[in-house]
Design a protein around this ligand. Structure first.
Ligand code: FE2
Ligand code: FE2
Length: 209
């Protein structure tokens, strides 16, 4: 797609979201798109794809669950048993289906960044990580740990992902709602990735002695 076509796509999608979402959620969507763009620049991912996925990640969040369910059933992504039990995560999967079926987006990288933004999974792609983090650190977020997450997302993306999953799991436990299996797998994955990184570092320091 040419640069001009990409810009036109973003303009069209922005107009569609403005008509489709509440003011608050529209602002959040634009903020997530901007945060995703900045993280893509920082971590060497495709900035255009990051902006688009960030912009559209919550495009189905205000639909009734019955409509979200219909989209999920007709979409290109499998849905796990625990995801079916956990309605608040549905809108990510529904968004990917809607983007695919209604908005003509067939880039799987963009679709899966939207699909996984609610639950995460082990070994996420860079674009998935970026949209997941951008959703947590967008300019409209005001929760207690947000500044810590913003700094971490700039300095160490693996560590930021690990802390984000710790935080997500803690809040699910507090609410006593079902915990999607892939969220636990994501936590284990980033924990191990960081431990392996530390091991490799100390081994190479040993070697230099
Ligand atoms: Fe969301
Ligand atoms: Fe969001």
């Amino acid at each position: 797609m040419s640069k001009a076509d990409q810009n036109e796509q973003i303009r069209n999608m922005t107009a569609l979201l403005k008509a489709r979402l509440s003011k608050k959620r529209f602002t959040h969507s634009v903020n997530v798109a901007r945060a995703a763009f900045a993280l893509a620049e920082r971590w060497g991912a495709d900035t255009q794809k990051a902006y688009l996925a960030g912009l559209l990640h919550d495009c189905c969040k205000e639909l009734p669950f019955s409509e979200q369910e219909e989209l999920m059933r007709g979409g290109p992504f499998a849905v796990s048993e625990t995801e079916w039990l956990c309605k608040p995560v549905w809108h990510g999967i529904a968004a990917a289906s809607f983007m695919h079926a209604e908005l003509g987006i067939d880039d799987m990288e963009v679709l899966s960044a939207a699909r996984w933004h609610t639950v995460g999974h082990a070994n996420m792609t860079k674009l998935e990580e970026i949209v997941y983090m951008a959703d947590l650190i967008s300019a409209d977020r005001t929760y207690r740990d947000v500044e810590r997450f913003r700094k971490m997302a700039q300095n160490d993306l693996d560590k930021a992902m690990l802390c984000a999953f710790e935080w997500a799991i803690e809040s699910v436990l507090k609410k006593e709602t079902p915990l999607p299996v892939t969220t636990v797998e994501a936590y284990n994955f980033y924990l191990k990735k960081i431990a392996d990184r530390t091991d490799t570092k100390s081994k190479s320091a040993e070697h230099k002695k």
